[in-house]
Design a protein around this ligand. Structure first.
Ligand code: AMP
Length: 187
């Protein structure tokens, strides 16, 4: 069983890489962003969720924790989960660890895709044409970076202190980055 978290700023390639890695190791790809975009199709949640997404803000912990609990419980005992976009706050990270600990499972390790803001922004903007996402525009991307630096990046220290972090250079081609991640997992 392999459980891992793919981490990094917006546009670093988390979703793309998570998809490749999930296929390679037969893992469940759990994307919190995708979960929210699907949940927003429910008229009773649409306004609330899209309000946060379109502003580039994180949805409240309570909301995402509630939504993500079901797929976690469903797939945690299977072959493993690759978390994409979750956790994004220290509170989420601690709760996720508690879930694994309560089941006597090894804690997931973290692949951090490193990419500078300038390159990451370029990637999001080129994806924008086809993504149909309400948050892939320059103004919102700038906000998403701000939120990343303030609320999500500090998690790296939490994982470094626990020796659970693997750094991967996000600049090379998709295939090359996948190769590096596969290498890190097999180690
Ligand atoms: P993503 O698809 O991972 O880029 O996420 C898109 C948006 O969904 C983010 O900008 C947040 O508004 C929201 N979101 C995704 N994951 C989380 C999370 N773990 N906690 C709070 N908000 C999230």
């Amino acid at each position: 069983m392999i459980n891992l978290i793919i981490f990094g700023p917006p546009g670093a390639g988390k979703g793309t890489q998570a998809e490749m890695i999930a296929k390679e190791f037969n893992l469940f790809h759990l994307s919190s962003g995708e979960l929210l975009r699907q949940a927003a199709k429910d008229p009773s949640l649409e306004k609330e969720i899209n309000g946060y997404l379109s502003a580039g803000q994180l949805v409240p912990d309570k909301l995402i924790i509630k939504l993500i609990d079901e797929p976690i419980q469903k797939y945690i005992e299977n072959n493993g989960i690759i978390f994409d976009g979750y956790p994004r706050t220290l509170n989420q990270a601690r709760l996720l660890d508690e879930t694994f600990l309560s089941k006597n499972l090894e804690l997931p390790f973290i692949i951090n895709l490193e990419l500078e803001e300038e390159e990451a922004t370029k990637r999001v903007m080129s994806r924008a044409k086809n993504s149909n996402r309400i948050d892939d525009n320059l103004e919102v991307v700038t906000e998403r970076f701000k939120v990343y630096h303030q609320e999500t990046q500090p998690l790296l220290n939490y994982y470094i202190e626990q020796n659970r972090l693997v750094q991967i250079d996000g600049r090379p081609s998709i295939e090359e980055v996948t190769k590096q991640i596969i290498g890190a997992i097999k180690k």
